[in-house]
Design a binder for this molecule. Structure first.
Ligand code: BG6
Length: 516
């Protein structure tokens, strides 16, 4: 064992007293290898997040970042790509000395995924890092690549010995969604992954779980006494989970055409938000206990039918959005002009537990909607009796508790209040908590938190394969139903809030979508 390796094997972070959970968690000696470094995700999210972690002092001194791609680049060329990405997208200020130190650990290996030589070179590079940078045999492999390439890369990692945990260090794999396109393909994919990496070394990214506001759902629910007594079907009428985006799909045809909004967002982000909203309190916050509760709630989650009436799907057409003329999906570059891919999807679920029986959970997502917003709205039943006459309460809606996931992160509570004056008139008012005004520290990007957790081996915020498979099991009947229908998705104009069928879906139950 080299000196660097032996020192690192028993490494404890000198800055961290394990009893003090408030101290920053700093990763031990390790490196990260990224496959797919030329992609958008790498440039816009991963590289900036790594720099931001370094800038916050959360990476170990000898940290190394290796890029793998087909380009004919030297280490310095790769460094330049990372530099540009950091300059353009990093969250924290650029500091030359942080950058210089980080850049010393950059390596690049050129090759394609079916090239044995390239993977052998990668294995030599990683060995050399252990000697030169003291990375102690600890390496994570980030697959930021199209899902079709997962099997070949995993096989190469196994063949070249890169996936082998030899007792001196850890090997972990990070997988970006989509994890399959239905239950069957997800099971196949999980088998391939688990053939090479044991489940506790697999980190599946659902970047929503890295968001502060999503973790705050658990803080709100389980650190307070205020909400628990009313968080159930006695008081809650319905829950609406919305993830709306104003952007279109120009440039993303390769990934999106044939996939659609339900697979892209509902199967992962929205079902995870549902699980956080509906789950029981875990015995502790250990990753295992958290997963037990999440899996329990996903197992109890079912679709409400008939699907013709309880789901809706749409596709945006061209028009004017925010003063700009935008294209419809079928005119976007690379999309099939006859594409039936939905860009808006809404479904209705119920959670079959004592707490939630009878409460519908409405999940919706879409592109080119009115504005970018993600929120969870818990809508309460009306008061059983109002001792006011109807004209005094005309403007009174239902009470609501809204977790604003993004962009204006915070919480809104809506309730009725007396309008000043001699009449007893009651009208809706809102009370707000905003992260921006309550805390001085800005929220880290989801990817900072998740990459750090991978390097720390902290799995709480990563869905396990049981969650992924169960989520497909919930969604598959909807996709099958839509595929069997003769007609495609309903059109909706860019900048609107989705197709009319989405409104009708709620109107049938006497409800309306909340306008975020
Ligand atoms: C990704 C989806 O998972 O999330 C994209 O594939 C979507 O289609 C993105 O645009 C949205 O992420 P965020 O963090 O901006 O809400």
């Amino acid at each position: 064992m080299s000196t660097a390796t032996s020192a690192a094997a028993g490494w404890t972070n000198p800055l961290r007293d394990p009893r003090d959970k408030r101290l920053p968690r700093i990763a031990g000696p390790c490196s990260l290898v990224i496959f797919g470094v030329t992609g958008d995700l790498s440039r816009k999210k991963l590289m900036p997040a790594i720099y931001d972690l370094a800038n916050r002092g959360l990476l170990p001194p000898g940290f190394a970042l290796t890029g793998f791609a087909r380009r004919d680049w030297a280490d310095q060329d790769f460094g330049q790509v990372v530099y540009n990405a950091v300059k353009e997208h990093a969250r924290t200020p650029f500091r030359q000395h942080v950058w210089d130190r980080l850049a010393e650990g950059f390596r690049f290996v050129s090759g394609s995924f079916d090239d044995d030589d390239a993977f052998d070179r990668l294995e030599e590079t990683v060995q050399a890092l252990d000697r030169e940078r003291g990375t102690a045999g600890n390496h994570a492999f980030y697959l930021s690549i199209p899902p079709g390439a997962f099997p070949v890369v995993l096989k190469q990692l196994a063949r070249s010995g890169l996936a082998k945990q030899d007792g001196q260090g850890w090997r972990r794999v990070v997988i970006e969604k989509p994890f399959g396109h239905d239950l069957k393909s997800a099971i196949e994919l999980n088998e391939i992954v688990n053939d090479v990496f044991p489940e506790d070394s697999v980190f599946r990214i659902d970047h929503y779980l890295g968001k502060e506001t999503v973790q705050n759902i658990l803080a709100l629910r389980f650190a307070n006494q205020l909400f628990e007594p009313i968080w159930n079907s006695h008081y809650v009428d319905s829950v609406q989970i919305t993830m709306a985006e104003d952007i279109g799909l120009g440039g993303r045809a390769g990934y999106y055409d044939g996939i659609g909004a339900a697979r892209d967002v509902i199967q992962n982000h929205l079902l995870q938000l549902l699980a956080f909203t509906a789950m029981e309190e875990p015995v502790s916050f250990s990753s295992n206990e958290l997963r037990i509760e999440k899996i329990k709630i996903l197992n109890a989650t079912k679709l409400i039918g008939p699907l013709d009436e309880t789901t809706a799907r749409g596709q945006y057409t061209g028009g004017w959005q925010g003063g700009e003329k935008v294209k419809g999906l079928t005119e976007e570059e690379g999309f099939d002009p006859n594409s039936r891919t939905e860009t808006f999807a809404a479904i209705t679920c119920e959670v079959d537990t004592r707490r939630w029986a009878g409460v519908p959970f409405y999940l919706r997502t879409g592109k080119r909607l009115g504005r970018r917003v993600t929120e969870i709205a818990v809508i309460f039943k009306r008061a059983p009796h109002l001792p006011f006459d109807a004209t005094m309460t005309e403007e009174l809606g239902q009470n609501a508790f809204v977790i604003r996931v993004q962009p204006d992160e915070g919480v809104t509570m809506r309730f009725g209040s007396k309008v000043p004056g001699s009449q007893m008139e009651v009208r809706d008012v809102s009370m707000d908590f905003g992260y921006g005004s309550a805390f001085t520290e800005a929220s880290p990007e989801a990817y900072e938190r998740l990459i750090l957790d991978v390097l720390l081996g902290e799995p709480s915020l990563f869905p396990v394969n049981a969650e992924v498979e169960r989520s497909w099991e919930i969604l598959d009947p909807v996709i099958d139903h839509w595929t069997r229908q003769e007609k495609g998705p309903d059109p909706y104009p860019a900048g609107s809030w989705g197709p009319e069928s989405a409104g009708a879906m709620l109107a049938r139950t006497g409800r309306n979508w909340r306008r975020p």
